[in-house]
Every structure is written in C-alpha cells, then in structure tokens.
Design a protein around this ligand. Structure first.
Ligand SMILES: [Zn+2]
Length: 163
C-alpha cells in the first residue's frame, strides 16, 4: 500500500498508483488527456516535455499478451489518435515509445516526443533516459511548465472530438 495525499489534503491508501489514476481517484497534474473504455492518457509532469503522453490500461495487468481482443483494438486506436493529435496540434514530427513489463505500476506506454535539443544526449533511443532526466532536473521552470500545461490542454481538446 502507498499513502497518497489528494488535492483536497485527504490521505488515501492505494495498492497501485496507476489504478488510482486510471480509476479517477487521483487526478494527475494537468488532468486527463483522454479516456476510453479500457485506457487512460495523461502526462507525467515530473518530466516536463511538451506533448509527452502516458497511456495506461485501466485493468491491472503488466504484459502485452494479457490484453483482450477488445483492449488491443482500443489500445492501438487510441494511441493512433493521440499520435495524430501530437502531430497536427503540437507539430511533433517523431515520437519514441517505450513500455516495460517489469514496471512497479502496470501496463503503460510512454509516448515521448523527439525534440532537436535531445540530440545533445546521443543518437536515437540512447538519448531517451538522459534527455528525460535533463527535462526533470533542468526544465522544471515556470515558463516550461506553462508550455507543458498548454500542450496537455491542446491534446485534450483535440481528442475530445467524438471518434
Ligand atoms: Zn493497478
């Protein structure tokens, strides 16, 4: 169990942070980007990279092969819609995706936009972790957080249009 402090100051005990977020008990900073029957998208603002999206399953599973047929279809469909919104609304040309099954949370994929400044941390996927740490440690400025929050709102608006 983990103890979480809600926005209203109330303390709650949760078994799984991902379940608490996808189930709506805990509101992630910036709010929900979009939600489907089986998935929930938000941004982890601890890594203030505009347009970064975490897409998590609502069901408490960890491995890709645990998805049902319906969940698989929902997953790839909503991920494609998010990707299109990143491109059309935020001008994001490339996205890196990563997903690990030995997570301490549960099934969630990171959709990390590739920005030019990340090239300073290496080529391709080798730069991913250093770039994210750089964002967390150096880009947590008021100005950048505002850009991140605007990005969240832009994606939410784009994705709220019915399918
Ligand atoms: Zn869970």
């Amino acid at each position: 169990m983990r103890t979480l402090i809600l926005a209203n100051g109330e303390e709650v005990q949760v078994k799984c942070l991902s379940c608490a977020i996808t189930g709506g008990l805990v509101e992630p900073e910036g709010g929900v980007i979009c939600e489907t029957e089986y998935f929930h998208a938000h941004q982890d603002v601890a890594y203030p990279i505009p347009g970064l999206v975490i897409l998590a399953s609502k069901r408490h599973i960890t491995c890709l092969d645990e998805l049902t047929e319906e969940e698989r279809l929902d997953y790839i469909t909503v991920m494609g819609r998010i990707r299109a919104a990143q491109r059309e609304k935020l001008g994001i040309e490339h996205v890196y995706y990563f997903y690990n099954e030995d997570t301490t949370h549960h099934f969630h994929i990171w959709m990390v936009p590739r920005y030019d400044w990340m090239k300073a941390f290496g080529r391709s996927v080798e730069s991913l972790r250093p770039a994210m740490l750089h964002a967390r440690n150096e880009l947590n400025t008021d100005d950048n957080r505002e850009i991140v929050h605007t990005g969240i709102a832009t994606l939410r608006k784009a994705l709220s249009i019915p399918k």
